[in-house]
Design a protein around this ligand. Sequence first.
Ligand code: ACM
Ligand code: ZN
Length: 792
Amino acid sequence: MIFFRSFASCTVCMLGAVFALLSAPLFASEKAGRFNLIPAPAHVRASSGSFEITAQTRVFVTAGNDTAKRVAEHFVDALNRVTGFELFVAFFEARPQPANSIAFVLSNRKAFGEEGYTLSITKKRVVISASGAHGLFYGVQTLLQLLPAEAFGDPVLDVRWKMPCVEIEDQPRFRWRGMHLDVSRHFFPKEFIKRYIDLIAMHKMNVFHWDLTNDNGWRIEVKKHPKLTEVCAWRVDREQQHWLRRDPPREDEKATYGGFYTQEEVKEILAYAAERFVTVLPAIELPGHTSEVFAAYPELSCRGEKLPVQVGSYWPNVDIFCAGNDSVFTFIDDVLTEIAALFPNQYIHIGGDEADKTRWRACAKCQARMKQEGLQNEHELQSYFIKRVEKMLSAKGKKLIGWDEILEGGLAPEATVMSWRGAEGGIAAAQQGHDAVMSPVSHCYFDYYQANPQFEPEAIGGYTTLKKVYSYEPLPQELTPEEAKHILGAQGNVWTEYIATPQHAEYMSVPRMSALAEVVWSPKEGRNWKDFQQRLPAHFRRFDAMRVNYSKGSFTVAVQTGLVTNKRQMRVQLESEQPHAEIRYTLDGSAPTMQSPLYRKPFVLNRTATIHAAICGDEKMQEEVTRQEVSVHRALGAKVSYAVPPSAKYFGGRELGLVDGLRGNLQARNETLWQGFEGEDAEVTIDLGKPSAVAKLSATFGQQRAWWIFLPSFVEYFISNDGKNFESVAKVEHEVSVDQEGALIHDFTTTLAAPKHCRYVRMKAKSLGVCPPGHPGAGGKAWVFVDEIAVD
Ligand code: ACM
Ligand code: ZN
């Protein structure tokens, strides 16, 4: 997992039983498309006509329930604010419900669970019904989306507040529908936290994972240990420098960047979240990602060394709590006592990720602890640490949740696992009878690029488009139905190394949050990307009204290619996530204009070309032009075999990945393209199928030092006719330094003096094996990343 670690360098009171979907729909669901609801409700039936809210509309709520009344008032307040009406909520005594009224009804029907609701809109009246206030609240969210988008914005006069007549029955698929925010790498003010909670709630999500501590700053007041906020919440300001290359702080410099939330502010946020049925999950990192604590309390680390609060990237994460020192556990208990008292929900997140064990291995106290407890290795010491913390939490009536590393060395008895490095952690937890929340980097990390990195603000890496998020399925196929009940739901994570402002945090979070909301709320059978795309423009109008800085990045062109079987040809398809987009393109290297060919359907390329494509809108081309080189060569689609297979994590394109005509780039670590070899040489043999004339050989490699990826020291090419006896035909070296920063791509190309006939071509790339001296990972396994191997 070195790759993840090095570049993702981080980096509830829940209902009882797993939510069971109704076994049969009460009535056939229409496509949500017509109503532009996100997330799509479980069942929708349209009828004709509309209901109009006017200054005379009356609002009722079932008598005697104050929580339900507050939900109705939440709706009425929102409406009055934009409409200028003076509606109010009255208890509902008399029946039948009068005309021109909206009623919030608490019913005894439990069919839709605590979060489900029904909504009936006829020309005369509106009825929202649920078994509790939580369901009514989601009915309100739907109601607001059925109104014109202006309902989400500033006061307006000339809008008629009409809603289409419809019957809706709705309930969530999963009970954990979360969004995370890291407030340590960058601090976000209280007002933004509330706005983030608003976004969560409008998407019918219900968990806000508030990541309050990490190496770059401690962000919550702890009364017993005031230096945590006096000292550990502040760092020397290096905001003008790149996150990975910040000058270390000097002794004489004042720490001025940072901030924290007082306990009073936390209470205010908790009350705000509770009104919106959002559970706040506090996260306090341990045993790693704690170096900021040692700025004030160095005695809690293995070496007792006072450290500055980190100004930027801190990797590897070596300075962690000492596991052999009992005062560490006393300190943690003090902190968790105050956290447990403050946060009403059942869970506390304790991190548990990425703790490097270097210091533990060298620490006499940690080693003594291992001996005394009979622990075989440092993973077991970590497990001991987490189990001890779990006991503390249980004593306070709380449950422990942590990142999937808490599985290493043995899971604490009651722990819930948040699966981030893939689905494996969640699968293992569920198979062991533990609950899990799915949040894999592949689909749920919203600090990753969401569109072509050429046009995006710098992100930590990756490539997770809106469509990819939408395609996510939280329930792993590996699980039996019984085990699957342990998958509580899923969560989107927003780590903020590269996100310094609220506007940027919004940009990275939405609309991917909208896609994930549908994944976790809507029935799986009804999920439909095309339909979601149709609904998105209306949802964007809501964001516009709210002045949310949502990303339109997905509105660039994506190039999809496919090999034409047994031919030296590529089929090219151009796509955009924008419905009905007009795409224009060129193949001659020039920028597309309004005169360039209009893309109508997939086409075939029989030569190497660079595709440029862009969307045109409002009679002009949009600025973002997608560029993709497509290499058409003799080995396209050929059979490839490996001396040692690539890492399972980086096996882009599987067996076809190296001969698919596409090159990866390392700005977006496009997993669909690269193949990675960890600490090993890459040796690949290509079978051209029949003897062919070969004149030119080329292989593309990447270097991204920060991610532990280095060019091979050389590449050697061999040819053969029988696949057994190989003749070396060229050895290609290079002059790129291992110290060169940033992403670079290098072709190792050779042109043979005269073409040679052969059926097999072998490429052998000599890996550095380990990261070179002076690199943060010196001695650790280095990666070789290769993509296309072209034969001509
Ligand atoms: C993580 O991203 N380190 C949980
Ligand atoms: Zn120690």
